[in-house]
Write a protein that binds this ligand. Structure first.
Ligand code: 5GP
Ligand code: ZN
Length: 116
């Protein structure tokens, strides 16, 4: 189910410490070690998927749960009023560096467009 050497799987197993923002049976959210905004949280499924590309028909509920949780976290972290950004980097050209599906929730400053 989980990948022995995957960094985020190791965070899920609490082998590597992280500042946890939310946890339930299927989802973990924790603060990014190198925050790119005053609030920078990573929201991940506890089951190891490399990327969005690995989600099949059977993962539609999980996909919805992840999106819903991001929205809830944005509210609880005080980002809902001024706004925030949700990012998924997929694959090398998308800028993905950790190959366990994750969404970035960024907020607390003005974002710019286009992204780098
Ligand atoms: P990606 O570049 O794959 O979209 O995002 C990976 C994110 O994981 C980066 O923002 C990076 O700062 C974060 N990250 C890498 N290693 C660790 C770690 O050990 N702990 C935490 N909390 N975040 C990490
Ligand atoms: Zn993993």
């Amino acid at each position: 189910m989980n990948d022995a050497n995957c960094l985020f799987c190791r965070i899920i197993r609490k082998e590597i410490p992280a500042k946890i923002a939310y946890e339930d049976e299927n989802i973990l959210a924790f603060h990014d070690i190198s925050p790119q905004a005053p609030v920078h949280v990573l929201v991940i499924p506890k089951k190891h998927y490399v990327s969005l590309d690995e989600l099949g028909e059977g993962e539609k509920n999980l996909a919805g749960e992840l999106l819903f949780r991001i929205r809830e976290l944005a509210r609880s972290l005080g980002l809902a009023q001024n706004g925030y950004r949700v990012v998924n980097n997929r694959g090398p050209q998308g800028g993905q560096t950790v190959f366990h599906l994750h969404f970035h929730l960024l907020g607390g400053r003005q974002m710019t467009w286009p992204p780098g």
